[in-house]
Design a protein around this ligand. Sequence first.
Ligand code: SF4
Length: 443
Amino acid sequence: MTKQILEVDGLKKHFPVGEGWIASMMRAVSGGDQDVVHAVDGVSFDLLEGETIGLAGESGCGKTTTGMSLVRLHEPTDGEIRYRGTPLGEMDDDELAGFRQNAQMIFQDPFESLNPRMTVYDTISEPLRIHDIGNETARVRRALEFAGLQPAEQFFDQYPHELSGGQRQRLAIARVIVLDPDFIVADEPVSMLDVSLRAGVLSLLERMTDEFGLSVVYISHDLSLLRHMCDRIAIMYMGRIVEIGDTDDVIMDPKHPYTRALIDAVPVPDPKADRDRVTLDGEVGNAVDVPDGCRFRDRCPSIIPPEDVDLDQEVYREVATLQRRLEDGTLDADAVWEAAGDTDRSDLASFKRELRAEYLTGSLSGTNEDVVETALQQLAEGDEDGAAGTLAARFTSVCERVDPAVERRADIADDRRVACHLYESDGPTTASRRGEDGVAADD
Ligand code: SF4
């Protein structure tokens, strides 16, 4: 049986926006609540002893904020992180000091994470003094040599700017291993390095994981790197995990439409290779005003139409996009009138024609066509809310109404969790974790 080092339950980290005095005054006048960015918004997973797990996703998906919260560089807004069974929020000073020694982070930019005024020796020995750990010189020498900076004495008096990029990242790694931690978070540990140096630093990280029996959370947008380094992988989108499971299962057979799109975006050696690629349209949604339902719904190539709406995916997405633009006020009716060349807005038919040309290129028939025509007529008459309501009554997807939980799915055989209505729920589960009662079976 393998023990859990970390259990993350419903972790949230929200950052206030508009903290300046003008924003405060505006809020005081308007009586409005402060807006927050939902950087991490309900993340749950566990980390086993000796396990490596990767957090992947586009920029801004919350993976770095999650990593920083794990080592307590961010105070969670909500949720709980337990280290060896004890909630971080309930630790006394001694326990917290022990946790800080055992939980370390390696940052993307080694130059930024090192003090330029400290020599290599002071950089490595400082955490030993902070944690009152003796045998200083021997430990510093061992850590440097393990990290490949040898003979160690030759580096003692050097400053970070005198080292190469690869040596600086090795120094950052030595500063971490000198404390003999339990687990580390490595945030894009090689992305700032020259390609020729990456393999060496990655193999150092692998050796460190094996020899020290470390648990590691790797954060990266590079799925090939994560595949090489990680036992499990969690794909994040807009502050949530949307898929988590064994790395090979997820990469070879992705289930969530977002995971599929991410994997399809990885370049292949032969671009002409026959591959059914999924491409992503649109931008990541608004992390301040998060949408109801599935957060991926506006970009999802597989959004689910209501049962009685029999439409091609492409056509359904066009109607759904029109509905969304009406609902969020981003449909520019003035521009449509202008394109129709009708300044006095009397020719409703040409407005509707223009709007169809812009938004609805697929073919509709029967009830679907009748409902769309009614909505376009309302829009031509200036009733945007009415048009949105008409479309919503017929076309609202389960993906817009119901927030899919990241959970086991009855129609996915392996031990992974997926947040998507395309798959059948396997009953309520509490978290995207495996095992129960603080213990998980060995793989
Ligand atoms: S829940 Fe719906 S919108 Fe979200 S990923 Fe699944 S199919 Fe796409």
